[in-house]
Ligand binder design. Structure first.
Ligand SMILES: *Cc1c(COP(=O)(O)O)cnc(C)c1O
Length: 372
């Protein structure tokens, strides 16, 4: 059986976990946490990087930092994971869902402005498949209406928009190290802050509403309760695991992109003949090999394809049921149609993509797909 995903182990994870465990400090914000955070700040230019226990947590921190409150509106694509929305809904926001692009599941930057009202506080672009949204356009709209931009960069590690790292463009950003992502820690995430106004408060919210981080740096002589917050920081055990992955970042990315290219080249001709679309990468974006997907012509074509793969012991999956049609939100959203979002919901399928996927497995998958 070729699974859909298999988390990659670099081989150093247990070594660093052992070090963390026997260092005598296994709670959060220790040596490995600092090493990981420094790497992100230096490598990608984030002004502040804070490890979190998930991307969902990092998004929740963004919603708190953005001071989202009941009645505020937040614009985001409907074709995304629940976490993108739920972080803001918990703060009382109303989500205003925008449609996806015709040529890519990312938010259609030309359909954002018409959704802005006096209640809008933030735009949350999601870099689907690690492929950048049109950030110049989105940042322009945000500055015109004085809105915050929070990048859901869950899938976007090591990817860029016009040469700028994703996650470094908006006021803040959230990354995921869930086991399905390129760099994983089982469960894990990162908050990236690019607007200095939010740095001090981000550390406080991270540390249960206390100024403990300042205390540890010797900036204050005692620490206490100064704000709201939660326990958003992961233990050193998770940071140690993540460090092993980050040391192998380049190798992991190179391998994934190679697999992606092999799929692309092997499926182009078949896709053209069968009206199936391959992933589209705009000129301004890079590919980080996070995901290889196909957009079928019809839902029937997709279910046939998934079945054919399954009959050949290959697991392909689809995902993202448009959030505007979810049981939880459909009544609040109302009838406003989001045709592209629904189209991807019905027609997009993801192929297996993981570090240890062998050349012969990829050949086998391509053959199974193109035989018909
Ligand atoms: C994976 C993912 C998340 C959630 O990440 P967690 O680390 O599991 O909380 C959020 N948004 C998008 C777009 C994702 O792909």
């Amino acid at each position: 059986m070729i699974p859909f995903n298999k988390p990659y182990l670099t081989g150093k994870e247990m070594h660093y976990i052992y070090q963390a465990v026997y260092s005598g400090k296994i709670s959060g914000n220790g040596l490995f946490t600092k090493k990981c955070q420094r790497l992100f700040e230096e490598h990608y230019g984030f002004k502040k990087a804070l490890l979190t226990t998930s991307c969902t947590d990092a998004l929740e921190m963004c919603a708190i930092l953005a001071e989202i409150k009941t009645g505020d509106e937040v614009i985001m694509p409907s074709y995304t994971f629940v976490s993108t929305a739920i972080a803001f809904v918990r703060q009382g926001a109303k989500i205003i869902f925008a449609d996806s692009r015709n040529d890519h599941p990312g938010i259609d930057e030309n359909k954002i402005e018409e959704l802005i009202s006096s209640k809008t506080k933030a735009i949350v672009p999601v870099h689907y498949a690690g492929v950048a949204c049109n950030m110049d356009k989105i940042m322009d709209i945000a500055s015109k209406y004085n809105l915050l931009v929070i990048e859901d960069a869950a899938q976007a590690i090591d990817s860029a928009y016009k040469g700028k790292a994703l996650g470094s463009i908006g006021h803040m950003a959230a990354f995921s190290f869930h086991e399905t992502k390129n760099i994983n820690a089982g469960e894990g995430g990162l908050l990236a802050i690019n607007d200095e106004r939010f740095i001090r408060r981000s550390e406080i919210i991270w540390e249960k509403g206390t100024n403990r981080a300042e205390f540890f740096r010797g900036e204050v002589n005692k620490y206490g309760w100064v704000d709201t917050g939660s326990s958003f920081l992961p233990s050193e055990i998770i940071a140690a695991y993540l460090w092993a992955q980050l040391e192998n970042l380049e190798n992991i990315q190179t391998k994934r992109k190679k697999i992606w290219e092999k799929y692309y080249n092997g499926l182009s001709e078949w896709a053209g003949k069968n009206g199936v679309r391959l992933p589209f990468i705009p000129d301004y974006a890079t590919n980080n090999g996070h995901m290889f997907y196909l957009v079928c012509k019809t839902a029937g074509q997709r279910s046939d394809l998934i079945k054919r793969l399954k009959d050949n012991d290959i697991l392909a999956v689809f995902h993202y049921l448009s959030l505007h049609k979810s049981n939880y939100y459909k009544d609040i959203h109302g009838d406003r149609k989001l045709e592209n979002s629904d189209f991807y919901t019905d027609n997009l399928v993801r192929l297996p993509l993981y570090y240890e996927l062998e050349e012969q497995d990829i050949d086998n998958i391509i053959k199974t797909i193109t035989l018909k």
